[in-house]
Ligand binder design. Sequence first.
Ligand code: DGJ
Length: 575
Amino acid sequence: LDVRIQGPATASLSNYNDPLVNYIMIKKYVVVPLSDLEAKIASAKKEAEKIDTYTQFSLEPLNKAITQAEALVKAIKENGLEAQDKTNQEQIRTAINNLDTKLAGLTVYAPNTSYKPGQVWTDTNGAPIQAHGGGIMYDEQSKKYYWYGEDKTNGYLPARGVRVYSSTDLYNWKDEGLALTAIESISQFETDPLISKLYEGRKDKADILNDIGTDRVIERPKVIYNEKTKKYVMWMHTDGPSTTSTAMYAKAEAGYALSDSPIGPFVYQESNRMDRAPKDATYNGQPDQPGMARDMNLFKDDDGTAYLIYSSEENRTIYISKLNDSYTDVAGWHKDGNKERDTEYKAVYGEDYVRVFPGAQREAPAMFKYQGKYYLITSGATGWDPNPARYTVADTIFGDWKPLRDPSIGDKASTTFDSQSTNVIPIDAKKGKFIFMADRWKASDLKDSRYIWLPIEFGQDDEISLQWYDEWKLDTLDRMGKVSINSKLPEKVSVGQVPALPTSINVTNSEGEKLDTPVTWTMNPVNFSKPGTVVVEGTLSKLAGKVIRIKILVIPDHVRYFVHAGGVKTSDYVT
Ligand code: DGJ
């Protein structure tokens, strides 16, 4: 080495100050022989053989790196080039690094024993689950749960279709592949072995491609089983440009597919516009676009009647429409089996369908039934961004639906814990065990959107609540069912006073039994020093730690209230 450092501005042989260089690193150039790469390939191959140890998801990239490295060795040998050659050196180093990275990335599947909302949830192959906007069906035949959802591996587009996973414990999910496969091009009907078989002889291939093409919107798929036809019926929001608009959500239709097996392959049938606002409706969110159907869900009632619940009228109004016997259309369109729809729309409002809160702008409906009442949880309509959830309750599915309330409590309640509802899983409806399923969309990288599963907690009357858990297990559901308070409790207290609450109360548990239970009240941090309504929590030790919440009014003494509701300035008002 012959190195001298000097500052250019003051450069002269006698002046060596003002250096611009902090340090110089001098490395010895080591030639990596090809045999190093061959040795690394050999050890990588040994690891790659351990298919029972490592997840398929982490083995795949390792196997790819091995194949690439072997090709490189072959090429170098064939070309007869010296391994020391500079390009070869770079390639050898890169290949070794690549193998090292993939070896370091090998993961062992550790079965899930709890829910960790918002964290990456992997399937039994170790791959992140791709079932967004999804729903769960319990299959009586196979005694398994199936989770269907949007496969967003490619982000928003190209769509891959609907992926399905199976599970017996609701924690660990096995990838069963694509239940419904999106179609790339019209030629796939001829060339692709699966697509050509599924759609053989169909005259409506162009329509199928228009609905479930890889450049189309296939969202919020849900599946139910039809006992009469013995078919698994999948409904989904199919969207894309319409005949008059190039916008991706212009078509606004619901489509369905059928299968003999819960894991598919589902055969896509058709999509349609659904029910429409009655002619005499005082409000109609989109009169010139009747029957719009976007965010959707299915609900199968105890008697086997099934309903499609969807956002219509430009997402301004939720509709609940009864399905026909085969679950292949809304009942109002008078079509059965695979017969054509009647050309005339004959739906009867209140018998075939209803509109819930016209103009309320709700999306992402999720319905369940508990103690004879129907609950419907929805989100607001803000694209991929989260917003506050709202729920409503009714004694019959076609209403009256009670005013909307917010189920979320605690931190992040105002954004539904940064998520949007997609479904409710009835685990044990009799015991009040339900799971709220939601999506935490990541608009910048949709495939990395996360799942938020939380217990639904039943309060007094028909109240429900959702709260955040960093981690929880299914046994949490043991204390979620409804417990009604029979004892008389204080409803109000003067400002600054702490109410006297009993140490034991009488309650009715979720199975209808009456019992006395000790109760521990959490008075701190409840603030009784200000007027208003406060919520006091009590924990019932005899009911698996069930938490009850009671509302107490804190009222200042000797205060008179004057309510001015507007109107005429009468002498009373002036006085
Ligand atoms: C909100 C819907 O709930 C989602 O399913 C999806 O359609 C997004 N909008 C698209 O912005």
